[in-house]
Design a protein around this ligand. Sequence first.
Ligand SMILES: *Cc1c(COP(=O)(O)O)cnc(C)c1O
Length: 329
Amino acid sequence: MNKIPPKLNIANLPTRIEKLERLSKELQGPNIFIKRDDETGTEISGNKVRKLEFSVQEALNLGCDVLITCGGIQSNHCRATAAVATKLGLKSLLVLRGSDEGSYDGNLFLNKLLGADIKFITSEEYKNNRLSIMEDLKLSYENKGYKPYIIPEGASNGIGTFGYFNAMKEIISQEKELGLHFDKIIVAVGSGGTHAGLLLSQKILNHNCEIIGFNVCDDEEYFKNRIYNILEESKSIFKTETNISKKEIHIIDGYVGQGYGLCSPENLAFIMDLAKLEGLILDPVYTGKAMFGLAQEIRKGTFNKKENILFIHTGGVFGLYPQKDLFLF
Ligand SMILES: *Cc1c(COP(=O)(O)O)cnc(C)c1O
């Protein structure tokens, strides 16, 4: 009862918490801290490895030898999965939304270096059929004698959620060490698992803070439903009766820009300014949008000036390189 499933130990944990002194001062608002989950590793860096520690352990327990997953062409999750697979002597098969352009950059380049098998599919196929495509590929690998394990997009399912369930526990013990209390925890939302894990843990541990997500694609309604469904799955694994209603899932919408992976010029300028101000590199797909959203909301007065805010740097640096030409110096 109420047991966290077993996991691998491959991420560099705990990750540091630092204060963004100059940004806090510039915004004349709350104290902004950042948790460096971009430093969970190098090849495996970012938030996905916390979830993969659980998913891949389950795959190993089932005797699987191929990890199949999916994502955008520059998916950090796919790169982390390829890295974990290779590190453990498993094979990986990535189903990527987009086409093989023959030139490889960022995460796609790393996937190639790490020896992942890659299957490109169209946006349409990705949206409507990614699960059945992965199931078909699983069958064809089984026919070749392999035992594949499917990890859904972003490892955002019941089992993966425990990665951020544990991260919340880590934050609570760091609060004690630092003598601080975080009133708000901010995270970018792409497939919902990070937010779901933090929220479930916050509720179960009865921690007095608010988890707020900035969605980087789709909209608030979409993610409330998606996070709700992930929570239902992880609650049944954890065997808890804790109820979390859709109303308790807090998402701030309005900072998606032109769509997934597409950042507005003002947002790109913000990423450049912040790099110069704090020596902090954010990515244009996730963390750069969420931090831009946070700064805008602070300027609008959404947050109390006395609060402590913890922003989770979920990684993504490799996704910066394919977009370098969009930055105007
Ligand atoms: C995947 C990802 C996120 C979003 O996390 P989800 O659990 O998918 O919502 C945020 N930041 C980075 C860098 C990511 O790769």
